[in-house]
Design a protein around this ligand. Sequence first.
Ligand SMILES: Cc1cc2nc3c(=O)[nH]c(=O)nc-3n(C[C@H](O)[C@H](O)[C@H](O)COP(=O)(O)OP(=O)(O)OC[C@H]3O[C@@H](n4cnc5c(N)ncnc54)[C@H](O)[C@@H]3O)c2cc1C
Length: 506
Amino acid sequence: MRKGTKSFVILGGGTAGWIAANMLAKGWQGKDYDITLVESPDIGIIGVGEGSTPPLKKFLDYVGVEESDWMSRCDATYKTGITFRHWSTRAGFDEYFHPFQSQPDEFTVPAFYHNSFLRRQGVDLDGHPSQFFLEWYLATQRQAPVAPPNFPFKMNYGYHFNSGLLGEFLKDWAAKKGVKYRQATVTEVVLDDKGYIDYLQTDSEQTIKADFYVDSTGFRSQLLQQALGVPFENCAEVLYNDSAVVFPTEADENPEPQTVSTALKYGWAWKIPLTSRFGNGYVYSSKYVDDDAAEMEFRQHLGLGDSDIAARRLKFKVGRVREHWVKNCLAVGLSQGFIEPLEATALDMVQETVFRFFEAAMKGDMSDRYREEFNARISKRFDAVRDYIVCHYRINTRTDTPYWRDAGCNEKISPSLRQILTAWLQGKNITDELERQALDAYFPSMSWNCLLAGKGIYPTQDQLRPGNELAHKFNLHDIEKYLRGCTLNFRPHRERLDELRAAANA
Ligand SMILES: Cc1cc2nc3c(=O)[nH]c(=O)nc-3n(C[C@H](O)[C@H](O)[C@H](O)COP(=O)(O)OP(=O)(O)OC[C@H]3O[C@@H](n4cnc5c(N)ncnc54)[C@H](O)[C@@H]3O)c2cc1C
């Protein structure tokens, strides 16, 4: 970046490009910065990516969007967490819930940690995570996680949405905030004699010039990877999936506010409730199964039989670029990398990248001073997310296909993940290990505990011994009573979605 940078071109109008446009417009509101988003009329968006984590709400709050503004327009529903099904063959652990932890759980999480910790020492206590979290009750009772004003605790939740509609909504929102929009397909990226991007050549012979460029061209990464030659470091050795097949199915009248992730023979399938349909996708590895066989397996899983409903097939690569900000170019979204969609972290990464870039640019008075620090920070985030996702595969106990057997004994996992697993298997407190490695800022200790406990990584039932009174410190009936009591404050998911639709139509 050169001092005095004032004009920005964001190349690409997928969700990543529009999130970046809104965040930069908000950050520099009232200041003399010029932001233009350029998008090809001929190259489509990827059109998947329908689940979020709680930070999406923070982004929407930051740019001033209310739920009544966008949810109904984007067929959105609430998300309190993810159910993982059939990832483990251990008795009692066929499924578990990974919640977006909220304040009411602070009273019950110590009981989960206590039981889980002692169970790893061989004490016969119930260490299954789901029952300790309000979000699991809300998900299974189909209640929206929106608390009434008199509820004394803060709730934390994500959303599901139609990604194309969300992009259109954010495009309109950005226009209101002064972002300019232009349609053009960039055919050539021209560099100056110092290797900075000078201008973009389009197919209509017009050129586009700015001080700084944001690459949000998706997997093409036309600016950062193609023009500036920044290397892509793939992590296919630890994450085998490279393909997906996607089907819509009929919507549920009162959908559960959760994503369901079901392990199949060569990967896993997502089921995401929207108000208009379910989004379903099977993410698999083409090294272990061919596309036709995967589609057939998925059709059977969804009970589609011989129906002629058309599938969409996608290919993707997993990994990240070596540097996200180089010279006068920042990559956001799929152009900077992708750690498969198991925990729906991609948009969170977009927000974090733009926020940290903005912070570094401002702190450095629009110079490169904090660029290296920024790049290291974003790469560390990618690697921490990768390890959490890899852990799902490494600790699976399925043996039905070579895919699961290979994943379950993959020795190429990172030293960092190996240390976390060792700490857990040695019965240590993994919160300490995560803090030691400064990893708890990415996936908190609660998430790691749910993952390892939820897949039943405990001594087997015949190795357990009864606990004494001290071990039975927490009464599970009291916990259930407290959490069920909390749910009385929440309304049916359907009722809240209807209210949002009525507000949008008013
Ligand atoms: C199978 C799968 C499932 C996913 N699930 C989730 C999920 O649940 N949650 C989540 O957060 N994320 C998910 N993701 C990731 C998510 O889809 C993306 O992060 C998100 O859609 C943002 O994409 P993007 O904007 O980077 O790229 P795209 O949507 O591909 O947009 C690229 C844009 O660049 C433009 N463009 C490209 N080349 C040019 C050019 N030469 N000139 C002009 N314009 C150009 C295109 O016109 C388009 O507007 C998933 C991804 C995959 C593959």
